[in-house]
Design a protein around this ligand. Structure first.
Ligand code: ADP
Ligand code: ASP
Ligand code: MG
Length: 816
């Protein structure tokens, strides 16, 4: 004998019912079939009851929806000539249901009895219709109303299954009956007074396990809409996978802590008779599913943790006070008063000081729980020995489950550090004495992020996802997107890094997605986007999505964007930027950003602030971290100025050379920032700060070679006109240098905490003399590199190399 249960989603409509018919007909075993109400119907009935009892007339609209959903099945499967009997059954049931709802409407009340009566219509209708369909498909089948075989009784004010009576009646029925298939509605039962009652929401699973127990079935099959019990809720964790084998206890813990695929009380009757359960997918019959049995031994992909489950809408209640210390009976009174109100406690923690006790309950129970606690401890509260119960709403309980967890160390460490790394605060922790379960409570808004982080650290060790929010997609940003697109598969294959670009903004428009954008289409999509660029909305989108490993990328040279880094960092969103403004702003701001980055454990990387893609800051940081000391830094840090002075000669005009540097993307959008020396000053300032010196931009000695008239200009056009007029002046500077066999180089220097920038004539033996094109060179003189400096040299400007440097920072975060 086999017991086979089909959930609501498996019987929701004619298409899904086609699968069910196949499954039933394929097996030759004798079977008890249990069906739930059609998908969505129990919720509909529940809503109608509430509306009617509140005096809201529109509950009637739902009656029509309910009738149609059932009628569709009849019309699809049963020929017109044979429909009349079943249609008149449907109509009579709808009429009866309407009458009950009408009485609720008149009385304005909803008792648990009338609710059970109303909810029972779902299973009564589904089982009768499915029975008729299967019969029409020539199945050897009989319909048995579960209210004649499953009975409830009241013990300590609670309704529980009367196993003796139920088992006797079930056995008697099975002995009398010899049909190959017996169809039974799930969920409903008969109470002590002969009225209809239910086994609780999701209770069809329980009906099935009770009947499996009473009939000594060889196996219980639960057919649903997913391929088994997953490592985490599959709708929230896209990387979750079905668990091939679970022990009863593991399955019990997972379902108790929220894995809805199986109703928690289901397992006990199966444990009693050692009956294995298999969870299968009605829509993918070939999928292996999850086998639940006593052994459950196979280890999920080498992991001791089998699964993660969660319950949203949890409230934390804490009772605190000095009056609790060392006084016996406090906890007893605390739990007893909650139990008297039938409040289910999800988790308990108590500090060893006994100064406080904290529990998790369902949010809907929290108000009653607080009232009953405060009433019961009214005396202690009045003499200030304890404080009134404190309630925190909008919490989520997450449980990490596995039988073998008790034999392994480091599981909680891993759990906590994965949450810590994603800046998710843990409000309460509990570990069951069986060590089969570690539970934590966190703020509900972090649920998905937490589940994915925990899932990643226990099950996906291989792949790490980075979520990028990119602002500035011109020269540099555009190249960056191309590079990411080109490297995607390499990174996945070799570094196990998956890069998602989730949102993009330029100065006029934004693309705000919540999944990875298609990088082949971003330009078109951005152009046709109807969302105007807005920094606040961009930040809010990033924050609200609350994805793990979120990184804000700034490819602009914009002041206002640079002012927002602190906000991103403090919200656990990493920042990678080629924009130098933040790091070259006031020392206080620079320090503050570093501090926030440390405090929230959020990366802040700006390698491209100096030398574009060259490893300058990284090299400097490594020198300092390994105990070296900077004596002097001498450098050519402007790719654009180097390009300009390398190409400027007596036959070219200074203006045209500057223009060509800008055309090739070597200068800042405003070329005066380069030529005035401000850009180089910012770079040496950043190197000085990274070397540990507390300097401001005004402290950098900047002897500009530009004449005053040029410095005064306020637009690119004025600037170009002004340098055109000074051609002879620039030619003179050049002539002076070349006549002495020297070359013009724009040099930055840091020595003994003092920094300067300026145009210099470089002699032919110097390392700087032969620096080509737009290259940069940085000489680090340190305690270790005292005589021969450590030299970093190479292309120091250009969109491609800058984008490459930003990409490098992103990968660095991925490797952390
Ligand atoms: P049925 O109608 O078949 O009884 P349920 O809706 O009660 O189906 O349960 C199946 C659903 O449980 C799945 O669609 C899935 O969204 C949800 N679920 C939650 N946690 C898990 C989990 N860990 N594994 C599988 N499904 C889960
Ligand atoms: N139909 C009931 C419910 O939705 C029972 C079940 O589906 O298991 O709760
Ligand atoms: Mg269910």
């Amino acid at each position: 004998m086999k017991v086979v249960k089909f959930g609501g989603t498996s019987v929701a409509n004619s298409m899904s019912l086609l699968n069910v018919i196949d499954i039933v007909k394929e097996s030759n075993d004798r079977k008890i079939l249990i069906v739930s109400a059609l998908g969505g119907i129990t919720n509909l009935l529940d809503e109608m009851s509430t509306q009617a009892s509140k005096g809201e007339r529109n509950y009637k609209d739902k009656l029509q929806i309910l009738e149609n959903q059932h009628l569709d099945l009849i019309e699809f499967f049963i020929p017109v000539t044979r429909q009349s009997e079943i249609i008149s059954f449907l109509k009579s049931q709808i009429n009866e249901l309407e009458e009950v709802l009408e009485s609720l409407f008149t009385l304005n009340e909803l008792t648990s009895k009338s609710l059970a009566k109303i909810l029972s219509f779902g299973e009564i209708l589904s089982s009768t219709i499915i029975y008729n369909v299967l019969k029409h498909k020539e199945c050897d089948i009989e319909l048995k109303d579960s209210r004649q075989i499953i009975f409830m009784k009241t013990v300590n004010d609670r309704e529980v299954v009367d196993h003796n009576k139920s088992e006797k009646k079930t056995k008697a029925f099975l002995n009398e009956n010899n049909s190959k298939n017996i169809l039974v509605p799930g969920f409903i039962a008969q109470d002590e007074d002969g009225n209809t009652t239910t086994l609780g929401r999701g209770g069809s699973d329980f009906t099935a396990s009770l009947l499996a127990n009473y009939s000594n079935a060889d196996q219980l099959e639960i057919w649903t809409d997913v391929s088994g019990m997953y490592t985490a809720h599959p709708k929230l964790v896209s990387q979750a996978i079905p668990i091939s084998n679970l022990s009863y206890h593991e399955a019990m813990e997972l379902s108790h802590f929220g894995a809805k695929v199986i109703y928690p009380p289901t397992l006990q009757p199966l444990i009693d008779k050692n009956i294995p359960v298999i969870i299968k997918n009605t829509f993918d019959k070939k999928a292996k599913g999850t086998l639940i049995n006593a052994d459950g031994s196979s280890i999920q992909d080498g992991s001791t943790v089998k699964g993660i489950s969660h319950i949203e809408d949890v409230a934390l209640i804490s009772l605190e006070g000095s009056g609790m210390i060392g006084i016996p009976g406090f906890s007893k009174r605390f739990f007893e008063c909650l139990s008297n109100k039938q409040i289910n406690i999800i988790m308990i923690t108590q500090a060893s000081s006994e100064h406080s006790i904290c529990i998790g309950v369902r949010s809907k129970d929290s108000a009653i729980a607080k009232k009953t606690i405060d009433d019961n401890f009214a005396f202690e509260i009045s003499v200030q020995k304890v404080n009134p119960a404190k309630i925190e709403l909008d919490m989520t309980n997450i449980a990490v489950v596995g039988d073998r967890m008790k034999d392994h160390q480091g599981i909680s460490g891993k759990l906590f550090s994965s949450l810590g790394a994603n800046n998710i605060n843990i409000r309460a922790i509990a570990q069951g004495a069986s060590e089969r379960n570690i539970s934590i409570v966190i703020n509900k808004r972090n649920t998905q992020k937490a589940l994915n982080s925990i899932h990643e650290s226990f099950f996906e060790r291989q792949i790490k996802e980075l979520n990028l929010f990119i602002t500035g997609v011109g020269n540099v940003g555009g190249k960056l997107l191309d590079q990411i697109d080109g490297q995607k598969s390499y990174l996945l294959e070799n570094l196990r890094l998956k890069i998602n670009v989730v949102a993009i903004s330029n100065s006029s428009k934004m693309l705000l997605s919540d999944i990875s954008l298609d990088l082949k289409k971003w330009k078109k999509q951005l152009n046709s986007s109807n969302i105007n660029a807005n920094r606040e909305a961009f930040f809010n989108h990033t924050k609200t999505l609350n994805l793990r490993n979120s990184i804000f990328i700034d490819n602009t040279a914009n002041h206002e964007i640079a002012e927002e880094y602190g906000l991103y960092l403090a919200n656990n969103i990493g920042v990678v930027t080629c924009n130098k403004i933040a790091c070259a702003s006031s020392y206080k701001n620079y320090k503050e950003l570093k501090k926030i980055s440390r405090r929230y454990n959020t990366p802040f990387l700006f390698e491209t602030n100096v030398g574009a893609g060259l490893p300058v800051i990284d090299t400097l940081n490594n020198l300092i971290a390994s105990g070296d000391e900077i004596i002097k830094i001498q450098a050519i840090l402007s790719g654009s100025l180097n390009y300009i002075f390398n190409n400027f000669n007596s036959k070219t005009s200074f203006r045209n050379v500057v223009q060509s540097a800008q055309d090739q993307g070597y200068t800042e959008p405003d070329p005066k920032i380069d030529l005035s020396g401000v850009d180089v000053a910012r770079k040496i300032l950043i190197l000085a700060r990274e070397s540990g010196f507390e300097l401001e931009l005004k402290d950098i000695i900047n002897k500009s070679f530009l004449p005053k008239d040029v410095l005064k200009t306020s637009s690119n056009e004025e600037f170009y006109n002004a340098i055109s007029k000074k051609e002879s002046y620039f030619q003179k500077i050049l002539k002076n240098a070349t006549k002495n066999g020297r070359r013009l180089k724009y040099v930055a220097q840091l020595e003994k905490g003092k920094a300067s920038v300026g145009l210099q004539e470089i002699e032919s033996h110097h390392d700087f003399y032969n620096l080509e094109g737009s290259d940069n060179i940085i000489l680090f003189y340190t305690t270790r590199y005292r005589d021969q400096p450590l030299i970093v040299k190479g292309a120091g400007a250009g969109a491609d190399v800058t984008a490459g440097g930003i990409f490098g920072d992103i990968i660095r975060i991925g490797k952390q």
